[in-house]
Ligand binder design. Sequence first.
Ligand code: HEC
Length: 157
Amino acid sequence: MIFHERAADPFKGEEVYKRECLSCHGANGEGKMRADNVCYEYPPLWGEKSYQSGSSVHRLIKMAPFVYANMPNKIATYQNPKLTIEEAYDVVAFINNDTIHKRPQPITKTDYASLPNKPIDYDKGPYLDPFSETQHKYGPYKEIVDYYKKIGKKANY
Ligand code: HEC
């Protein structure tokens, strides 16, 4: 797994977004519909048509390595990425920041009834570990993973 070394920074991520993503995904994350008005040519990344909070792409460890290896589309590849790992985590922290951006919210109030199954990059506690919600949302993750190893459990992500 590709981890970043420091906490992801949504403000640095905004710069990355403007430079590398805005041309396709739009100034308001709205994406772009195809001419048929049925499918998206460029999917929305936030706003009411986007994925919901708490879904797997709303988590850093799921989405940042995807972005690192695939975005900008048709330019970046796993062997030849365009962004650094830090930039990928930063831009995803910007996109997935629910204070800066609105997106659909889950309709259920209880999530992850089983704490051992809760992913470490899920942004709402409680957790089985002593780390803050902020660290769960932005990392760094290595020390959380190490903590679970120390108590004989496997970190889920
Ligand atoms: C050249 C246009 C283009 C640029 C630039 C671009 N993307 Fe994309 N992006 C796409 C397309 C097209 C897809 C859909 C790909 C697919 O479904 O195979 C996509 C899909 C995505 C998805 C998946 C969304 C979902 O709901 O499944 C994410 C996340 C994403 N892009 C993030 C980014 C980020 C972050 C950047 C900037 C670093 C970026 N993209 C730059 C065209 C672009």
